[in-house]
Design a protein around this ligand. Structure first.
Ligand SMILES: [Zn+2]
Length: 278
């Protein structure tokens, strides 16, 4: 099985009304933990990596590691570039072996978002690389300005998908990147309205910290790709703190870190309904 198309993976999830976990990773502890969780859950998996990770773990090297792990497993894996800002970043990722990309031009005005997304689709489409784009703006981690947040306008969604030719649409429905300071207010009404307007699979960014019952409702209403990053970091930090307090040695710190990521990932796969769907 190994590497599969994000498009096929998400279409199956869309039909089956479950979500596939997109786990953003940039080190080997996170990667091994996520891969172990996949084996345990027998779930489809999206291994994601974004340009902000470059200073920690350069893409040209890390992409090889992702592919090496993905190619050896018997379960479906897509290797996805998260939040590319430019066509150049997309090209580098495709050359490095990513099998799908997200172009995030959502901070730009509507027409510019369409133009930039179209450019990426024009490059990716002949190569068979599925493209995800965002309408409305979820905002960057640590973005404290609520005015920068833009809810997805359902009346533009159909046109956006049609004019760009994208394969998956990320929505801004009250979700946010990073840590939620208060309980998020997810606009299920907007999600349902967007779902009526477009046929492509829908993506939820910033799913770390959204309550389980809200995540379940999102998958029922048509979200089929769910992005998790912050909770992997939190589970790792909890584990590292416990080890420091216990005076553990480095190998134990490493093993417990992997274990913590594995457990959190498995929990999410179960929550998304993707357990046993590989
Ligand atoms: Zn995101």
């Amino acid at each position: 099985m190994a590497l599969v198309s994000l498009k096929d993976m998400l279409q199956k999830a869309d039909t089956g009304r479950y979500g596939v976990g997109n786990f953003d990773v940039f080190n080997v502890e996170q990667l091994i933990g996520v891969m172990q969780a996949q084996q345990e859950m027998r779930a489809p998996l999206i291994l994601a990596y974004g340009p902000p990770f470059e200073p920690y773990s350069p893409m040209r090297h890390f992409a090889r590691l992702l592919r090496s792990y993905a190619e050896e497993t018997d379960l479906p894996v897509a290797i996805h570039l998260d939040h590319a800002n430019t066509l150049d970043e997309v090209k580098q990722a495709v050359e490095a072996g990513f099998t799908s990309v997200m172009i995030d031009a959502s901070a730009l005005p509507y027409e510019e978002n369409i133009q930039k997304t179209r450019e990426v689709v024009a490059y990716c489409s002949p190569l068979g690389i599925p493209v995800e784009a965002e309408l409305g703006h979820v905002g960057a981690e640590g973005d404290s300005d609520p005015a920068a947040y833009g809810l997805t306008d359902p009346s533009l969604a159909g046109e956006f998908v049609e004019r760009t030719g994208i394969d998956a649409l990320a929505v801004a429905i009250g979700n946010a990147h990073g840590v939620y300071k208060e309980k998020p207010w997810i606009r299920f009404d907007l999600l349902a309205a967007v779902r009526r307007e477009v046929a492509v699979p829908l993506v939820l960014h910033g799913a770390s910290g959204i309550p389980d019952e809200d995540i379940r409702r999102c998958t029922e209403l048509g979200i089929s790709k769910i992005n998790i990053h912050t909770e992997l970091l939190q589970s790792a930090m909890e584990s590292i703190r416990r080890d420091i307090e216990a005076g553990s040695g480095y190998y134990d710190v490493f093993n417990h870190h992997v274990q913590a990521v594995r457990e959190r990932t498995a929990e999410k796969m179960r929550l998304f309904g993707s357990e046993g769907k590989a």
